[in-house]
Design a binder for this molecule. Structure first.
Ligand code: PXP
Length: 245
């Protein structure tokens, strides 16, 4: 079964817009879990534009499923992760001026920094995933670095403006999933996934299955109109149905 990680960063963005206490990310995590989320995902950015240190600590205490922390390799956030001990850390690239994570981590170019972060996290028994573009050299480097999981960046698939391009991008993701299986690395996927593009992605894989997908923007956007519980349930239903097709 492909598990659903729900990214609740946007709930914190909304709270921070008024500098007050609502909406509360901890409540969002609990509602998401009650409606089928298998994991709560948050990104502690260096500029703290959404999730704050306080949110992370409270979520560590309250999340009943798994807590997946997305973060850069910056020593300051690595130290926080080692202290808070999420169930998994997903290392992502981070540029201050970007709106959201734009591309995969380049673990070929930044091998030393990634290795340093991985070693520290491993010492604290934290599993590590790398957020990578579906490119073979990146996957091989992830294997050499000893990553537990790779989350394939699905942005190019999600942004495809024609069926032909979407199919081409799905093919790249498929090849990456097979490459990861042959390297004994668990495959996951995320970025830009929504209620329309999730089914072709999940249905594509019977063996090896995508272990999990992490989805934020589309779920929180739908939640504005129908409530977070319903939005999570709708996505979970689509994933379960796709896995059966
Ligand atoms: N996975 C990773 C590694 C991400 O950085 C993000 C964006 O924070 C997501 C998944 C979720 O992407 P989206 O909000 O587009 O669903």
């Amino acid at each position: 079964m492909t598990l659903l990680g729900v990214n609740i960063d946007h709930v914190a963005t909304l709270r921070n817009a008024r500098g007050g206490r609502e909406p509360e990310p901890v409540a969002a995590a609990a509602i998401a879990e009650q409606h089928g989320a298998d994991q709560i995902t948050v990104h502690l950015r260096e500029d703290r534009r959404h999730i704050r240190d306080r949110d992370l600590r409270l979520l560590r205490e309250t999340v009943r499923t798994k807590l997946n922390l997305e973060m850069s390799v910056a020593p300051e956030v690595v130290r926080i992760a080692c202290d808070v001990k999420p169930d998994r850390v997903t290392l992502v690239p981070e540029r201050r001026e970007e709106v959201t994570t734009e591309g995969g981590l380049d673990c070929v170019k930044h091998r030393k920094e990634v290795a340093r972060a991985l070693e520290k996290l491993r010492k604290h028994n934290i599993a590590v995933s790398l957020f990578l573009d579906p490119e073979k050299p990146q996957l091989v480097a992830a294997h050499e670095l000893g990553a537990d999981m790779v989350e394939i960046h699905t942005g190019a698939y999600a942004n495809a403006r024609s069926a032909r391009v979407a199919e081409k991008e799905l093919g790249r993701i498929e090849q990456a999933v097979y490459d990861l299986a042959s390297l004994s690395i668990t495959p996951a996927a995320g970025h830009g996934l929504d209620y329309w593009n999730i089914t072709p992605l999940v249905a594509r894989f019977e063996y090896p299955r995508l272990a999990e997908v992490n989805i934020g923007h589309s779920i929180i956007s739908r939640a504005v109109f129908c409530g977070l519980g319903q939005a999570v349930k709708d996505m979970k239903d689509l994933i379960m149905r796709a896995a059966r097709t």
